[in-house]
Design a protein around this ligand. Structure first.
Ligand code: NAP
Length: 213
């Protein structure tokens, strides 16, 4: 490849240099030089190495901080978003500033955990049954109607096709209202990527993991 279309900062978090470990050792987490990192990202775009630059897992606080010194604002913020984690505050914030949202785990990231709040959601099950659609399609259609893009993942050919069949029908106002009332539950926290032992110093994960509804 000569260039990337889009290059993202994965998390607003930095680790000490060295081979990565997983789970991450708490003592390896260091304060992120946001200005320095974003400056280097901007340089990548100026050099033509990437067409656009963006961030991932950034809260409104983290975006506020970044926008204070950014010459090029982030084109995209890729975050967990689906009907059980609707990101109202972040969505509004990004829309006002022209930052596009890409939803990750649009189906609740079923592969990684045994249970899945989204796939088990009764409201979505009922809407799907009434419309003759799958629960996955209802979830993806809802995201599409929110004006965000999404990265849905499947290793199954039929499900890949199913996930594309969301463009020639729509949710009703009543269905949208029911979805807006679904209890909210976030799945992915930075804290969960850290080892249990050791101590965290110099950086507040709570600042990264702020829950914004
Ligand atoms: N930026 C970040 O920090 C971040 C964090 C997490 C994930 N991501 C990215 O987001 C993308 C997707 O995330 P994800 O894997 O967490 O979540 P996801 O796309 O919500 O869920 C994937 C799971 O859903 C299943 N699935 C797909 N289509 C389906 C359908 N129509 N009906 C039923 N099940 C279906 C898949 O199983 P089958 O394969 O068996 O179909 C797989 O187990 C990935 O590219 C990932 O790298 C980014």
């Amino acid at each position: 490849m000569e260039y990337l279309d889009l290059y993202l900062i994965h998390w607003p978090m930095s680790l000490k240099p060295g081979p990565p470990t997983f789970p991450i050792r708490r003592e390896d987490v260091v304060p992120m030089d946001s200005k320095g990192v974003w400056g280097a990202m901007e340089e990548c775009q100026r050099l033509g190495l990437t067409r656009a630059i963006g961030v991932s897992n950034f809260t409104t606080n983290k975006l506020d901080e970044l926008l204070q010194f950014a010459d090029i604002p982030p084109a995209v913020n890729q975050v967990e978003m689906n009907p059980v984690w609707q990101q109202h505050k972040l969505k509004e914030y990004c829309a006002e500033r022209g930052i596009h949202i890409t939803a990750y785990s649009p189906l609740g990231g079923r592969g990684r955990v045994g249970n899945n709040t989204l796939m088990d959601c009764q409201v979505l099950k009922e809407i799907a049954a009434a419309k003759g659609k799958s629960l996955a399609q209802v979830s993806l259609r809802w995201l599409y109607e929110q004006g965000v893009s999404f990265v849905v993942k499947s290793f199954n050919k039929e499900r890949l096709e199913e996930n594309l069949e969301i463009f020639d029908w729509e949710l009703t106002d009543d269905e949208r209202l029911k979805i807006s009332e679904i209890p909210q539950k976030k799945r992915i926290y930075a804290e969960a990527m850290l080892s249990n032992d050791g101590s965290l110093h110099a950086v507040a994960i709570s600042d990264i993991d702020i829950v914004e509804i």
